[in-house]
Design a protein around this ligand. Structure first.
Ligand code: NAD
Length: 239
């Protein structure tokens, strides 16, 4: 299998850590993000210099089907697709606008459909490929004040299990990594007191690191295709 991975949402946080982990392992990379293309281009340049891999950066809003089509028209089709881009929404469901609901579902769930639909034909022709989705423990357990987010990730877990069954006969594996609390900007809204309260419930007694999630994702990318349809929690034993 080619070592050629596409990572969405790679400008910061978990996606950035995944990009570093895969470059270190010798993968050529296609990275995308929605806004901060400057940061992504700097990262791509650093990874090329440090690890001597090919690394291209693109600005693309993966919640939009036409943007995903445009992206795939420009790139080499990936052998490993990592659907990491995501947004959170915190608030009462009764306060949520139609637009906030749609944006959360489109970014966290529909984007994965658009990306997979575009990536699968090449994987089928190679009779190999890995699709790895970045989910959340809330997808299984649900979170108060994060109803849309939890619904999007629960949908993503079901999407993962179903697509795995559809693609297993074609040698393509589909798995998800369901993160617990990971130290990224997504959690910057939490005060130190709120963070300490959450951590007191986590058996590992600490917040997770983006690099820890990235190393699990690399292991999945390098494992047998017989490992498929799984949603693997990386949460310090929390949920
Ligand atoms: P982050 O906010 O630090 O980074 C999100 C990335 O997604 C950014 O690069 C951003 O550009 C990209 N992005 C957002 N919307 C996009 C769009 N429409 N098109 C393209 N790119 C888009 O967040 P993070 O914590 O690194 O989260 C990464 C993934 O991990 C998300 O799917 C998130 O739901 C999941 N996750 C995170 C945590 C956590 O505690 N940090 C927990 C569970 C799950």
């Amino acid at each position: 299998m080619d070592k050629n991975a596409l990572i969405t949402g790679a400008s910061r946080g978990i996606g950035r850590a995944i990009a570093i982990e895969f470059a270190r392992a010798g993968y050529d990379l296609t990275l995308c993000c929605i806004k901060n293309i400057e940061a992504l281009e700097v990262l791509a340049g650093d990874l090329e210099d440090t690890y001597k891999v090919k690394c291209r950066a693109y600005q693309a809003d993966v919640s939009k089907p036409e943007a995903v089509r445009d992206l795939f028209a420009k790139i080499d089709p990936p052998s490993v697709l990592i659907n990491n881009a995501g947004i959170s929404y915190v608030g009462l469901v009764t306060d949520m606008s139609d637009e906030d609901w749609k944006n959360t579902i489109d970014t966290n769930l529909s984007s994965v459909f658009y990306m997979c639909r575009a990536a699968i034909p090449h994987m089928l022709s190679e009779f190999s490929g890995k699709i790895i989705n970045v989910s959340s423990v809330w997808g299984e357990s649900g979170a108060s004040m994060e109803v849309a987010y939890s619904a999007s990730k629960g949908g993503l877990d079901a999407f993962t299990r179903s697509l795995a069954k559809e693609l297993a006969p074609s040698g393509i594996s589909v798995n998800a990594v369901a993160c617990g609390l990971i130290d990224t900007d997504m959690n910057s809204r939490l005060s130190d007191e709120e963070l300490a309260e959450v951590v007191s419930d986590i058996p590992a007694d600490r917040i997770g690191k983006p690099a820890e999630v990235a190393s699990v994702i690399l292991s999945l990318a390098e494992s047998t295709n017989y490992l498929t349809g799984q949603v693997i929690k990386v949460d310090g034993g929390w949920i």
